[in-house]
Design a protein around this ligand. Structure first.
Ligand code: HEM
Length: 496
């Protein structure tokens, strides 16, 4: 039987094509509330796009445990081998707006919402294990350099390199961004990283520091700048086409979840700060431990409802998974839920994309989108504590105490590894072809940037590895058609 068209209040709509007019050729009458409703709804069809990571592609799927890690965590999602948990994943670029081309050089977001029996656990990571900064205080300024210039309304390489050259801790991430990994061919061909150090705790109340790695089973594949330019000339929606198409065709992408585990006390012994987001933990010291498999196997029937309305937040953890003192993580714990309340509305977690699968009992009350009931069968139980049979606290969900020490102050970072060792190590792992593409990508990205900024940034490349600095300097001079007589950076000057 055909479905009857109705207004949003449920009244049948007699005609959805012709406005009501005074006379055959006369003006439209204000009492045509069906026309008014249609236009008014359209005016509200857009919400603010995400301030970062606005362009995205998503799908649903399943996470399956393949190895036992219950000695590290009591999180129910990992309680037994074979256990399956439904997920909603969203991938994204960072800087571009909603209509940006998919294959631009940028970091990619890698978000997974695990709908566990003890609430939603959100892994809001990137395709890189590190980030541009180690203090969340710097994030809004950094993002300003990635977005449009206030006057030209264009992206500004001058701002990007000015900021990066004044923030040496960004070099590790800049090196990854400018390397082959800066343009994955699809979201299916990249790894995902939780990037931060999080914590696990087990049934004995022991805490472990943990890093999450999602390893692609499709293989790493990347576009060069030239290939990506060609793709963008053909389609701006390459990732949507590829991810959506693969899932429709039954070619479900998969990732292997692995973790690095550090005993709590080790954090005081490592030569680097294990909570510094610009650094990785060496795999030789903390090897990857396999945990399970993530498979994406269903396209949402409505992109808006599930991908645009998805609200991921690092603050969404479940018993057995906790935070660490990582300063950027701490800032993110505030920032995301705040962004969601602004972008989607007060009760955004009641939207289908965000609603947990377990029973929900809380005392939050009114506000936008209060389209659910939580009167617990007794309308008198609307405050806490109460003697009216309302929901009660769950003391067993409390995490073990986290040890901290020190005085409250704004600290300078000063671990013994510094900002250059790990980017240098990464550079030294690249083969000749990878190095050459890195040099050229950087030279291209620096086009038009002031000489003073270029010279300041070159010092960082030299400090990571003399061959890194020399390679970029040569690529820059080749780009200008020969050696730059103004160059004042030489390896011996930076003692690299
Ligand atoms: C999105 C803030 C660092 C990964 C966002 C959003 C905000 C934000 C406000 C938009 C949220 C929304 O409207 O739904 C911050 C702040 C950071 C930070 C304040 C540093 C202090 C990071 C880092 C990562 C990351 C280090 C990865 C390791 C993401 C991802 C998204 C996102 C993947 C998109 C989530 C989605 O798919 O909906 N960030 N961010 N961000 N951020 Fe961050």
């Amino acid at each position: 039987m055909k479905k009857k068209l109705t207004t949003s209040a449920g009244a049948p709509v007699s005609n959805n094509q012709r406005s009501k007019t005074a006379g055959e050729r006369g003006p439209v009458v204000v009492q045509d509330y069906k026309l008014l409703e249609k236009l008014a709804h359209q005016n509200r069809e857009r919400i603010p796009e995400r301030v970062v990571h606005a362009k995205g592609w998503g799908a649903m799927g399943t996470f399956t445990v393949t190895h036992d890690i219950s000695k590290y965590t009591c999180a129910k999602i990992f309680s037994e081998i074979g256990k399956k948990t439904p997920v909603l994943s969203r991938f994204s670029t960072v800087a571009g707006e909603m209509g940006a081309a998919d294959t631009e050089r940028d970091v990619r977001g890698f978000s997974v919402k695990f709908y566990t029996e003890e609430g939603n656990w959100d892994m809001v990571g990137n395709n890189t294990p590190v980030f541009f900064l180690r203090d969340g205080y710097k994030f809004p300024d950094f993002i300003h350099t990635q977005k449009r210039h206030p006057k030209t309304n264009l992206r500004s390489p001058e701002a990007m390199w000015d900021y990066w050259s004044l923030s040496p801790e960004s070099l590790h991430q800049v090196t990854i961004l400018m390397s082959d990994r800066g343009i994955p061919i699809t979201p299916m061909h990249m790894n995902g990283y939780g990037s931060h150090t999080y914590s696990f705790w087990n049934n004995d109340g022991e805490r472990f520091w943990v890093k999450f790695h999602f390893k692609t089973q499709q293989g790493h594949k990347h576009y060069t700048n030239e290939e990506s330019a060609e793709i963008i000339g053909q389609t701006r929606e390459k990732y949507q086409e590829e991810l959506f198409g693969a899932i429709e065709a039954g070619n479900y992408p998969k990732w292997t979840l692995k973790v690095q585990i550090m005993p709590e006390a080790d954090a005081e012994k490592t030569p680097y700060n294990p909570f510094d987001l610009t650094k990785v933990w060496p795999h030789a010291d903390y090897p990857l431990i396999e945990v399970g498999e993530l498979e994406l196997n269903k396209n949402p029937d409505n992109y808006w409802q599930f991908v645009e309305n998805a609200a991921y937040s690092p603050s969404n953890v479940v018993p057995g998974i906790g935070f660490s003192p990582d300063k950027v993580l701490q800032a993110r714990i505030f920032s995301y839920a705040d962004a969601h309340r602004y972008r989607l509305g007060t009760h955004y977690e009641a939207l289908p994309a965000n609603a947990p699968i377990n029973e929900l009992n809380h005392y939050h009350k009114d506000g936008a989108m209060r389209f659910f009931t939580n009167d617990f069968g007794n309308p008198d139980a609307y405050y806490e504590p109460n003697s009216k049979g309302g929901p009660e606290e769950v003391p067993s969900a409390e995490e073990p105490p986290m040890k901290i020490s020190g005085d409250v102050m704004r600290y300078e970072e000063n671990d013994t590894l510094g900002d250059y060792k790990q980017p240098g190590d990464l550079f030294r792992m690249f083969d000749e072809g990878q190095r050459q593409r890195l040099f050229n990508n950087i030279a291209t990205a620096m086009e038009g940037v002031s000489e003073e900024i270029v010279q300041r940034q070159l010092k960082h490349f030299y400090a990571a590895d003399p061959a890194y600095g020399a390679g970029v300097e040569k690529a820059l001079s080749d780009q200008k058609g020969g050696l730059d007589p103004n160059s004042n950076v030489r390896p011996e000057e930076v003692g690299a």
